[in-house]
Design a protein around this ligand. Structure first.
Ligand code: GRF
Length: 198
């Protein structure tokens, strides 16, 4: 994947909910801290709160409920076709709560990254904070990694640790981790873009 250096990289973001990581990416692009432009936000959930922000910023939004499709592959293919029409340099999963199948991932190999709220390879999948607390871990954090056909398994690009404190519950830990997610995601995006434009 190579780009002409003067061009801004085109980013597509996939969300299912709140969209705070999406917002951080859009804002960093606007401020010129990340040399890219968010060209499209995709969601499988029309009610995703983050969509309002994308619309306010005049970013194209594409919503498609997975419930309208009889198979994962058909849903994946429908969003893949739409995404391809934007010719993105990078696809950022930011709280996208659908597993993307192998065929989708292969079409965009090396161009899809995800943020996961654990210190991968620990705690792939859901309920990461509860699992870290139950295990008696002393630290938690977040990881940005390349997306492969295996869940939360691709190469880690950036990671940030936070301490787990004695009185933490899931909510307190989730809040502490989220506070470092945005910066971690921006660092990872810049690192991928630097690597692909050189
Ligand atoms: C974040 O905790 C992220 O690590 C996980 O889903 C959450 C999304 O939060 N994959 P937001 O929608 O970006 O606020």
């Amino acid at each position: 994947m190579t780009r002409n250096k003067p061009d801004k990289a085109k980013i597509v973001i996939l969300i299912s909910g709140r969209g705070s990581n999406m917002r951080a990416i859009i804002d960093a692009c606007d401020r010129g801290e990340v040399l890219a432009e968010v060209v499209l936000v995709v969601s499988n959930n029309e009610a995703a709160a983050g969509l309002d922000y994308a619309r306010q910023r005049n970013i194209d939004v594409f919503c498609l409920s997975h419930k309208a499709f009889s198979s994962r592959d058909e849903f994946d293919q429908a969003i893949a076709e739409h995404i391809k029409s934007y010719a993105p340099d990078l696809i950022c999963l930011a709280g996208f709560m659908r597993i993307l199948g192998a065929e989708f991932v292969q079409q965009f190999e090396g161009k899809i990254i995800n943020i996961h709220p654990s210190l991968l390879p620990k705690y792939k999948g859901l309920h990461t904070h509860k699992r870290a607390l139950d295990a008696g871990d002393q630290k938690a954090g977040c990881s940005v990694h390349y997306v492969t056909a295996e869940l939360d398994d691709g190469e880690v690009i950036a990671q940030t640790q936070v301490p787990i404190l004695p009185d933490d519950d899931e909510q307190a830990l989730a809040t502490r981790v989220l506070a470092v997610e945005h910066e971690t995601y921006l660092r990872a995006i810049q690192s991928v873009l630097n690597a692909t434009s050189s």
